[in-house]
Design a protein around this ligand. Structure first.
Ligand code: 5GP
Length: 193
């Protein structure tokens, strides 16, 4: 549980969830480029690295034993199984960054988002929707990085996740990158006055 002390200036936690293939990666890469001050959490995962992915930058790639140790030691703020692999958010860096007043972004799936909602209800939760299920399937296939089995699992999970979009504070439809990014920025950096 993150418990921000009222004496220190505290940052904010923003959870971004959306089905696999919805374009979260591209959206968040653009957000990161435009706002280098944001802190993007690097998750631990038991998934094998995809071509080009770097340990410590894209994920902390771990084996199951290491992951289970982190769970048992209470080092994860949340964790979930997704498409046969474990994914989890390291608690300590998040806590430190929030205490330093940073805006912290977690890009995680639905089960994890629900856990964070319990432990950090003051966080903001945003759901990214595809324009349609057909378009989502096309995007997953175009990525060409997953086996047929993995694609089928990701699609089934995507449908279940989309049904939960209403639980989130805000839903953004990622049809085109620019308007989706503008909507995300308007939410993260509301204009005052
Ligand atoms: P991918 O394998 O495509 O990188 O990620 C699969 C799913 O795992 C995505 O929906 C992504 O948002 C989610 N994910 C990534 N890191 C975490 C994490 O730390 N916790 C949870 N619960 N989900 C995560």
């Amino acid at each position: 549980m993150i418990s921000p002390s009222p004496q220190v200036s505290t940052g904010q936690l923003v959870v971004i969830t959306g089905p696999s293939g919805v374009g979260k990666g591209t959206l968040l890469r653009s957000l990161r480029q435009a706002h280098p001050d944001l802190f993007f959490s690097v998750s631990a995962t038991t998934r094998a690295p995809r071509p080009g992915e770097i340990d410590g930058k894209d994920y902390y790639f771990s084996d199951r034993g290491q992951f289970e140790q982190m769970v048992q030691a209470g080092q994860l703020l949340e964790w979930a199984e997704f498409a046969g692999n474990f994914y989890g958010t390291l608690r300590q860096p998040i806590q430190e960054q929030i205490q330093q007043g940073k805006l912290v972004i977690l890009e995680i799936e639905l089960t994890g988002a629900r856990q964070v909602r319990q432990s950090y209800p003051q966080g903001q939760q945003i759901f990214i929707l595809p324009p349609s299920l057909e378009e989502l399937e096309r995007r997953i296939r175009d990525r060409g990085q997953d086996s047929e089995t993995a694609i089928a699992r990701r699609l089934a999970r995507a449908k279940a996740e989309i049904l939960a979009a209403d639980e989130f504070d805000l839903q953004i439809i990622n049809d085109n990158l620019e308007p989706a990014l503008a909507q995300l920025e308007a939410t993260l950096f509301p204009k005052t006055g």
